[in-house]
Ligand binder design. Sequence first.
Ligand SMILES: O=P(O)(O)OC[C@H]1O[C@](O)(COP(=O)(O)O)[C@@H](O)[C@@H]1O
Ligand SMILES: [Mg+2]
Ligand SMILES: [Mg+2]
Length: 349
Amino acid sequence: MSKIKTLGQFIIEKQADFPYAKGELSRLLRDIGIAAKIVNREVNKAGLVNILGEAGTTNVQGEGQKLLDVYANDQFIGALQSGGECCTVISEENDEYITINSDISKNAKYIVAIDPLDGSSNIDVNVAVGTIFSIYRRKSTDGNATIDDILQGGTEQVAAGYIIYGSSTMLVYTTGKGVNGFTLDPSIGEFCLSHPEMKIPKDGTIYSINEGYYTHFPDGVKKFIKYCQVEDKTTNRPYTSRYIGSMVGDLHRNMIKGGIFIYPVTAQAPNGKLRLVYECNPMAFIIEQAGGKATNGYERILTLDVKELHQRSAIFIGSENMVKKAEEMMQMFSPQKTKKSAEGVVHIQ
Ligand SMILES: O=P(O)(O)OC[C@H]1O[C@](O)(COP(=O)(O)O)[C@@H](O)[C@@H]1O
Ligand SMILES: [Mg+2]
Ligand SMILES: [Mg+2]
């Protein structure tokens, strides 16, 4: 029987890939793994431990927080605070970023952006949910991390990953050298390497989008949906529509089977719904590392300017050729409007 390799062993082994590594990033990934196990324990018995339902509070996005949103947020922030490798946390559930000022983290170099519980609308109905994380290294050297450290672009990520709490619990991550997946073995309480070097197929036959908003979609998206539904055996169409309503769940499935996930701008969400810093950027880094593509319909997600902590973005992500086709439709039927300012600078509208 092949020898199991735990996440901890794998991280240490891969440390050799980074000549300057002193183990800080490894310990940070370990801390995230520990919090994931604690959250997994509650998710698995959610109906029994009074963790379903509303917390009665709202977050900065004006969304009602679920009890599990708050619980997961506390667990991850707690693990990052006690681990000593993180100096600042950005969380979907906190209006402002959190500066960690403890003795053990005074030399901490890493900034972690996190969506503690993704797919909140699925918590109470026992459908897969997840956690998404993104890690940056601060550039400034002393004092607290600056806003420039905190609002870095997606290409500056040193690591990103997600945990999916589904029929099994998996942790999938990248440090910029490919993507690896680990499945939690409850009998030993360890994440074990189960999906080495994950690759997303260049083409797929699954499209994931909430068609309930169809009338509010840009023409380019409507055209792409029609393209997916046309009968054409030579291109394996019509494609299959699959939508869980948990970004992590939809992307994990599409990463394994091939497919595209789209959350575009809509009339209700003119800047898109999903958040650039702790949803779009980390998932784009992972999917690109697996050989896929991620754009906002016009521009690579990872090169988008990050101006605010909870900034939103449209996202088209998944199998390369499917995203290219969707982009083609966007450029053809929903071209970006540009306006020249007095100084002659072209502004994208
Ligand atoms: O219900 P909608 O509008 O289709 O939105 C579903 C999307 O919203 C999200 O639930 C937003 O994430 P959170 O649950 O972390 O707020 C995504 O996971 C999912 O893809
Ligand atoms: Mg989310
Ligand atoms: Mg969330």
